[in-house]
Design a protein around this ligand. Structure first.
Ligand code: FCB
Length: 465
C-alpha cells in the first residue's frame, strides 16, 4: 500500500489537500427554501444553450445529500473543502435581507465539515448571479459590484465565526468573457463592450468585498483566477502578438489590477476598439486602489496551456473576444487531451506557479482547481478504474512539488472535483469527479482515482515515480 511507505515527494507540513465544487454544479433544489433563479437557471432552461437540454435543477442533489458528501470528503482524507455559495439562495434578489433558509443550509454544511475536522473554504461567487441582478443590468452595470460587496459582508457576518478562508470570485475571466462576449455561458450575452465592463465590475466587486470583509476582521482573503501559459504557434511576429494578446486578455487583465493595482497598458490599447465605442469611463477614480487591496493568497485554477496563432479577423462574429477576433487556438499534434479536448500539460502548471511568483512577487498560492474529465466506465463489478485521471493528477502534483522546491509558496491543492457534476454548457456529459455519480439514482461510488488521492492526502506526499 502506497500509504504505508514513506513518500518520496513530501509536501510541507500543514499543506492543504482538498477538493472543489460549485453551488450550481452540485446542489439542485433550485426552488427550495426561498432560493430564487440565477442566470444559470435561466440559461440552462433556454433551448439550445446546454448540451442535451441538461439543467442544474437536480444536479447531484447535494442540497439534500450533503451529509453523505461530507462523509465522502472524510473518506478522501482531505483537510479542506472548497465550495461556493449560491448568491440567490442566500439573498434571492441580490439585495436586501438574507434568506434564512439559504443561510441555514450553508451553516449546516459548515458545521458538518468542522465536525469531521475539514476546513471549509468558501467562494462567494462561482457564476450563479441572481437573475434579478442580471435583469437590472448584470455585471456590465456598476451597481452589481456594490450589491456583491453587500452580500459578501452580510454572509460573512453570519458564517465568519466558523469560516476563516474566503475567496471572492471564481474565474472572473469566464464570467465576463464567456458570459457577456461569446455567450457560451450564462447570461449568454454577446457584446464585447459589456464583457469589458463586466470584467471591471467583477474586479471592483472583489475589491469592495475585500474591504468590507477586512472591516469585519477577515484574515484569510483571496481570489481565484484561471491562468494558462500562452505560447505562439510559430516564431512569426504576428503569432507572437496573438500570444501576447491572449495572455493579456486571459491572464494579465486580471492579475495586474488585483496584484499591482493597475491595468496592463498593452491590453488597454488592444481594447480601444471597444472602449472607443462608448464603453470608456466605467473605470472611476479609486477603483484600482480598491481592486489592488492586499490579499492573503492567490488561488490558481489550472487546466491546460493555450497555443495560438494570428488568423483571419472576423470582427463582429458572435463569439468574439475583444482585441482577439482573429486569434486561432491550435491543437498540438501528439499531445494527449482530456474529454474536454484540453491538452494535458503538467509543465504548464509549473510555469504558471513560478511565473506568478516571479512577476507578481512571492505570496501564498493555492491551486484551487485542477483535474480532468475522462470517459469513465463503470466496470461490471461496479468499480471505476480511471487510471487516466490518476495519472493526470499524479503528473500535476509532481509539477506542483517542483514549483515548491523552486521557491513557490504553494500552500495547498484542490482537485476539481469531488464528484461528477453539471459541467456548465456541457451538461452532465463531462465527468470530472473523484467520485462517480449515477445521475439516475444519485448513487455515489468512489473511483480508483479517489482511493489513490486518499493515499496521497494521508501520506501528504507521493511515492517515487
Ligand atoms: C473551471 C470552473 C469549474 C469547472 C472546471 C472544469 O473553469 O471553475 O466550475 O467547470 O472548470
Amino acid at each position: 500500500m502506497t500509504n504505508d511507505l514513506p513518500p518520496a515527494l513530501q509536501f510541507p507540513d500543514g499543506f492543504a489537500w482538498g477538493t472543489a465544487t460549485a453551488s450550481y454544479q452540485i446542489e439542485g433544489a433550485v426552488a427550495e427554501d426561498g432560493r430564487a433563479p440565477s442566470v444559470w437557471d435561466t440559461f440552462a432552461h433556454t433551448p439550445g444553450k446546454v448540451q442535451a437540454g441538461d439543467t442544474g435543477d437536480v444536479a447531484c442533489d447535494h442540497y439534500h445529500r450533503y451529509p453523505e458528501d461530507i462523509a465522502l470528503l472524510a473518506e478522501l482524507g482531505v483537510t479542506h473543502y472548497r465550495f461556493s455559495l449560491a448568491w440567490p439562495r442566500v439573498q434571492p434578489t441580490g439585495r436586501g435581507r438574507l434568506n434564512p433558509g439559504g443561510v441555514d443550509f450553508y451553516s449546516r454544511v459548515v458545521d458538518g465539515l468542522l465536525e469531521r475536522g475539514i476546513t471549509p473554504w468558501v467562494t462567494l461567487f462561482h457564476w450563479d448571479l441572481p437573475q434579478a441582478l442580471e435583469d437590472a443590468g448584470g455585471w456590465p452595470s456598476r451597481d452589481t459590484a456594490l450589491r456583491f460587496a453587500e452580500y459578501a459582508a452580510a454572509i460573512h457576518e453570519r458564517l465568519g465565526d466558523r469560516v476563516r478562508d474566503w475567496t471572492t470570485h471564481n474565474e472572473p475571466w469566464c464570467a465576463a468573457f464567456l458570459g457577456y462576449a461569446d455567450g457560451h455561458h450564462a447570461p449568454g450575452r454577446t457584446d464585447a463592450g459589456d464583457a469589458v465592463r463586466a470584467a471591471h465590475h467583477l474586479l471592483l466587486g472583489h475589491g469592495l468585498a475585500v474591504g468590507a470583509l477586512r472591516e469585519q476582521g477577515a484574515r484569510h482573503l483571496g481570489i481565484t483566477l484561471n491562468l494558462y501559459p500562452v505560447d505562439a504557434a510559430s516564431a512569426s511576429e504576428a503569432d507572437a502578438d496573438a500570444a501576447r494578446r491572449i495572455d493579456g486578455l486571459m491572464n494579465r487583465l486580471f492579475l495586474d489590477p488585483v496584484l499591482r493595482g493597475s491595468y496592463p497598458d498593452d491590453v488597454l490599447k488592444d481594447l480601444t476598439s471597444v472602449t472607443d465605442a462608448g464603453h470608456a469611463g466605467h473605470v472611476r477614480d479609486g477603483d484600482l486602489a480598491a481592486i489592488g487591496a492586499p490579499l492573503d493568497f492567490l488561488g490558481v485554477n489550472y487546466y491546460s496551456r493555450h497555443v495560438v496563432r494570428a488568423g483571419t479577423a472576423r470582427p463582429g462574429r458572435p463569439s468574439h473576444w475583444p482585441g482577439a477576433e482573429d486569434v486561432e487556438f491550435v491543437r498540438r499534434p501528439g499531445v494527449p487531451v482530456t474529454e474536454m479536448g484540453w491538452a494535458i500539460d503538467p509543465e504548464g502548471l509549473y510555469e504558471m506557479l513560478t511565473r506568478v511568483t516571479r512577476e507578481y512577487g512571492p505570496r501564498p498560492v493555492y491551486v484551487t482547481e485542477n483535474g480532468a474529465a475522462f470517459d469513465d466506465r463503470v466496470a461490471e463489478d461496479g468499480t471505476i478504474r480511471d487510471e487516466a485521471r490518476r495519472a493526470y493528477l499524479d503528473s500535476h502534483f509532481r509539477a506542483a512539488h517542483r514549483a515548491l522546491a523552486d521557491g513557490v509558496d504553494l500552500r495547498g491543492y484542490f482537485v476539481w472535483s469531488l464528484m461528477d457534476n453539471f459541467e456548465w454548457a456541457h451538461g452532465y456529459s463531462k465527468r470530472f469527479g473523484l467520485v462517480h455519480v449515477d445521475f439516475a439514482t444519485q448513487r455515489r461510488t468512489m473511483k480508483d482515482s479517489g482511493r489513490w488521492f486518499a493515499a496521497v492526502t494521508r501520506a501528504n506526499g507521493l511515492p517515487a515515480a
